[in-house]
Design a protein around this ligand. Structure first.
Ligand code: IFM
Length: 466
């Protein structure tokens, strides 16, 4: 991999999210987010874990940024905690804003480009109705405006949302993420309100930021293949997954419309009731880049006997409840190796995804793509010194970087890669059981130890300068 050349401006980064690493959940004015509340529900999180301490990044931020510099990162994708910045949905909190201002300064001092995301799932719990409430989208725009005012002189790349599919369908229908609801009609409403929040957020950011600032969004993508390509039923199952998980969020932003086939699939969910005149014009305001999160592909069938079932874990989390549409869909195993999340390792899915996104969405809009998350959970075993020789993760990252390189060679305009994640961290409903970091975190001592994958990534980045 070190032999492959990327453009000299390619951003080599790592990503995290506020609730997963910061801790300090009730310090300096921060108040509950929907995740703090969800974590208190018995059985919601493996091991009864929560983000109260997490990696304690809130207190260790300068040394974490120093670690980023040691790895050679050129970009750092983090999220801003709305609940820290505007606790209880009331006044803005200067101490909360100051944390992100100091983080940005620290990054810039070390030559690392700040790449903030405004919403990575930790909605203030006090907002009535969460994302089922249309008003939440307008509150998001106020928050975006305030952050642009605070950081816009130093931050040039802004992301509105992270993975709105997760904060709508997985959260309001799948029940696996906060607030843990299982009502598909709520999920459809939440999905539209998140799309609207993105559009209103873009407007607010554009109005407040200096010229030359860039605004984008990050979506998670599921590359669904029919289990049997000859089966029309399986092909239709793949279309439906692509529709609900990918195009439900892409098409309003890039084309100003919901895909007709998806509207038909979910006609029973009352989406129309939530779409007001002018919403789609707001949502489709031009953006400057698309963030692409990719972890795995899935093989799907619409036939009851369509193949050996994928494990229950593979059917959950990243894939959510696939049966929100009107027809039944099942994920089947095609025998590929899997990560500790039971997700298939399928690097070629990333190549195909990037080429498709470029051809169908990026190129027509004239905008580049960034891989804003890619990585894997593995069963890490530290040695006596706490070092993790995570060969499996090294292979995963290498294969996916090759896939990015191949996609670029095929014409996709991909300008950066952010590995998920810098640190082992709070993996949502899985608590601390699943480890995605290239840097190990000892949750007793909170000590950080770069894994073999961090050293590998450092070498890949360094090789680009030779
Ligand atoms: O940890 C998450 C992250 O918060 C969003 N994208 C997927 C990651 C792995 O599940």
């Amino acid at each position: 991999m070190t032999a492959r050349r990327f453009n000299k401006d390619f951003i080599w980064g790592a990503a995290t999210a506020a609730y997963q690493i910061e801790g300090a959940a009730h310090e300096d004015g921060r108040r509950d987010s929907i995740w703090d509340v969800f974590c208190r529900q018995p059985g919601a999180i493996v091991g009864g874990d929560d983000g109260a301490v997490a990696c304690d990044h809130y207190h260790r931020m300068p040394s974490d940024v120093a670690l980023m510099e040691e790895i050679g990162l050129r970009g750092y994708r983090f999220s801003i905690s709305w609940s820290r910045v505007r606790p209880d949905d009331a006044d803005f909190n200067p101490a909360g804003i100051d944390f992100y201002s100091r983080l940005v300064d620290e990054l810039l001092e070390r030559g690392i480009r700040p790449w903030p995301t405004l919403y990575h799932w930790d909605l203030p719990a006090a907002i009535p109705g969460g994302w089922t409430n249309r008003d939440t989208a307008y509150r998001f725009a106020e928050y975006a405006d305030r952050m642009a005012f605070a950081l816009g002189d130093r931050v040039h790349d802004w992301t509105t949302l992270n993975e709105p599919w997760c904060s709508s369908f997985l959260s309001y229908a799948g029940g696996e993420h906060a607030p843990g609801h299982t009502d598909p009609r709520e999920a459809a409403a939440a999905g539209h309100h998140l799309n609207l929040a993105h559009g209103l957020g873009v407007q607010a950011l554009r109005a407040a930021l200096p010229d030359g600032s860039r605004v984008g969004t990050t979506l998670n993508f599921t590359v669904a293949d029919p289990s049997d390509p000859e089966s029309a039923t399986d092909r239709d199952a793949a279309r439906r997954i692509d529709g609900l998980q990918n195009r439900f969020f892409l098409d309003p932003v890039f084309r100003g419309e919901y895909p007709a086939d998806v509207l038909e699939d979910i006609a029973h969910l009352g989406l129309d009731e939530h779409i007001a005149d002018g919403d789609l014009a707001v949502i489709s305001a031009p953006i400057d880049f698309l963030g692409v999160n990719y972890y795995n592909g899935v093989a799907v069938t619409g036939r009851p006997d369509g193949g050996p079932a994928a494990s229950p874990e593979a059917n959950g989390m990243r894939t959510g409840n696939p049966n929100i549409g009107s027809e039944w869909v099942e994920f089947v195993s095609r025998g590929l190796p899997r990560t500790d999340m039971e997700w298939e390792i399928q690097p070629d899915g990333l190549r195909r995804l990037l080429v498709r996104l470029h051809e169908e969405y990026g190129a027509p809009a004239g905008i580049p793509l960034y891989v804003t998350e890619n990585g894997c959970a593995m069963q890490d075993v530290p040695d006596a010194d706490g070092f993790v020789d995570d060969r499996g993760r090294v292979d995963y990252v290498r294969q996916h970087l090759e896939a990015v390189h191949d996609a670029i060679a095929e014409g996709a305009d991909v300008r950066g890669y952010f590995v998920w994640s810098l640190l082992d961290n709070f993996e949502w409903a899985w608590g601390y059981e699943k480890r995605f970091g290239i840097v190990a975190v000892d949750y007793e001592t909170l000590e950080r130890t770069p894994k073999a994958s961090a050293l590998y990534y450092r070498d890949v980045i360094a090789a680009q300068d030779r």
